[in-house]
Design a protein around this ligand. Structure first.
Ligand code: SAM
Length: 261
């Protein structure tokens, strides 16, 4: 699918009561259930598939996000769409006993796997687990020093609403980090990546997790996600200032950072 078609589908979905689920157009009301099916299905294999699919590179992308977070001991962090808790584990160690990390996710299967993993790593005490939808965060205004959402935003039905909700619960001076698949503008890399995404990925999903459909959704949802500049504009529209982004792996992944002043 060309980028032009992607953009047209994205624009159409924005203006009516439909949205996209991968390349399919569905009613907005259906999307959360469909996304939930995907993550209930992959939860127990999620970590191993992440390492397989990215050849371990997701650890470097996450490390970069942590390095850009400016997080300090004693601070309050929301790891939104935190899933199995990779970022929470790191933040918990940095903020220490005086700090607090909330791992929030809409999906109880992912939270269950995350909680068990973090307990096994000896991470307890300063971490709280909350089942929540990014579009309607159940936290007070001006509460967190840092919010991260890693590989989560593209699954959210109303992304603008979710970004506004994140803005509300951030403290003035706080920052939002969005780590997400994005668009590469390198033609050869783009061709290789398409081949990998639509052939290798579903086949590996079938082999390791017995679930080709969820990994096909992953590839399609990445193509339908707003590109770097569009997401930057969405963050600015929600009130974020100083928004910038850093491309990684040729733009396959981008880290967006914005501040609430
Ligand atoms: N952040 C983790 C990581 O980087 O490994 C997990 C990312 S996983 C690809 C996406 C997560 O987003 C899933 O755990 C899913 O349940 C969660 N999610 C999807 N829609 C959500 C929503 N509306 N609100 C909160 N979490 C959501």
């Amino acid at each position: 699918m060309t980028e032009q078609v992607d953009q047209a589908a994205h624009d159409n979905a924005k203006h009516d009561e439909t949205t996209h689920f991968g390349y399919r157009t569905i009613a907005k009301a259906e999307k959360a259930d469909k996304v939930a099916e995907v993550f209930h299905s992959v939860a127990t294999k999620y970590d191993i598939m992440n390492d397989f699919m990215s050849f371990g590179i997701h650890r470097i992308w996450k490390r970069f996000a942590i390095d850009c977070s400016g997080i300090r001991p004693g601070q309050k962090v929301l790891d939104l769409a935190g899933g199995t808790g990779d970022l929470t584990a790191k933040f918990s160690r940095v903020v220490g006993e005086q700090g607090h990390v909330v791992l929030a996710d809409i999906n109880d299967s992912m939270l269950k796997v995350g909680r068990a993993k973090l307990r096994d790593l000896g991470i307890e005490g300063n971490v709280e687990y909350v089942q929540a939808n990014a579009e309607a965060l159940p936290f007070p205004d001006n509460h967190f020093d840092l919010i991260t959402i890693a590989f989560g935003l593209r699954n959210v039905t109303d992304k603008d609403k979710a970004i506004r909700s994140m803005f509300r619960v951030l403290k003035p001076g706080g920052r939002l980090l969005v780590l997400e698949f994005s668009k590469t503008d390198q033609p050869i890399l783009s061709k290789l990546y398409d081949f990998y995404s639509f052939n290798f990925l579903p086949a590996m999903g079938k082999l390791v997790a017995n679930d080709a459909d969820s990994y096909r959704y992953l590839a399609e949802s990445i193509r339908m996600h707003p590109d770097q500049e569009t997401l930057k504009g969405m963050m600015e529209d929600a009130g974020f200032e100083g928004v910038e982004y850093f491309n990684m792996t040729g733009g396959i992944v981008a880290l967006h950072r914005g501040y609430k002043f």
